[in-house]
Design a protein around this ligand. Structure first.
Ligand code: SF4
Length: 249
């Protein structure tokens, strides 16, 4: 069965605000952007290590205002001893805090992980629910976390907007908006359906490794001829195909 889409029923033109000047709404331009992402990296993967939907959920909760690498370092040992809600509750708050103390805000995050594990045991038979409302009702889980879990664990075409996705969406003129929710809804309206499933990862990886915040690497960007961002410094001819590189690391 194809992945469930969260695309809104209507498809109005994208917002006209933003930092680009070319026709941002041009569907051919947007389709070409995603065609190139797909060609460069057909099966993009998230970088948070996990062994099942539960450990993915925990990793995403721990990743708020932290790097994936920092979270992976802490969870490497943690998930060997606590890969289920029952094992996490048995591990206990003090031991969990000790194991994740290298991650920012670890005290509060540990409390949320124990509380959400207890809730999963009490209300969902120890399983991660495949349901946005139920996910967002868990302690420490917001829309972004729910979107990541629904996308990676359950294959849904959700789109989590983090700082990278927010920036790249604006620079590429894909979606304007002042909040992550505005940008998420804008992206869902303009990204062609076949590309929605992986759009989240392509945009994150592009922002993390190529379209970086302070110094976008426009000279090696596979989208440089399609990008009209005022942040783009590469204004010459687009790089030759041989010079183009994979978007992912
Ligand atoms: S050309 Fe530069 S600003 Fe535009 S998407 Fe590529 S890296 Fe970002």
């Amino acid at each position: 069965m194809p992945p469930k889409s969260t695309r809104p029923a209507s498809t109005p033109a994208p917002p006209s605000r933003g930092r680009t000047t070319k026709s941002k709404a041009d569907p051919a331009r947007i389709a070409e952007i995603f065609r190139r992402f797909a060609r460069a990296n057909p099966e993009p993967k998230g970088e948070l290590e996990h062994v099942n939907p539960y450990t993915l959920l925990v990793a995403v909760v721990l990743s708020a205002q932290a790097t994936d690498a920092g979270v992976n370092k802490a969870t490497q040992g943690l998930f060997k001893v606590a890969s289920t809600p029952a094992k996490m509750v048995a591990l206990g708050l003090d031991e969990l805090q000790e194991r994740i103390k290298t991650i920012g805000l670890y005290r509060n995050k540990a409390k949320n992980v124990i509380a959400l594990s207890e809730r999963l045991l009490a209300e969902h038979g120890g399983h991660v629910p495949k349901d946005r409302e139920a996910l967002e009702a868990l302690p420490g889980v917001g829309r972004k976390t729910a979107n990541v879990v629904l996308n990676i664990a359950f294959g849904e075409s959700t789109l989590a907007v983090d700082t990278h996705v927010f920036r790249v969406a604006h620079r590429l003129g894909l979606a304007a908006g002042k909040t992550p929710l505005d940008v998420e809804q804008g992206l869902l309206k303009v990204i062609p359906e076949p590309y929605l499933r992986h759009a989240h990862h392509w945009l994150i990886l592009h922002g993390r490794y190529i379209c970086q915040a302070r110094k976008p690497r426009c000279n090696v960007c596979i989208l440089s001829d399609l990008c009209t961002s005022e942040d783009k410094w590469f204004h010459g001819a687009p790089p030759k195909p041989a010079a183009m590189q994979k978007v992912s690391p």
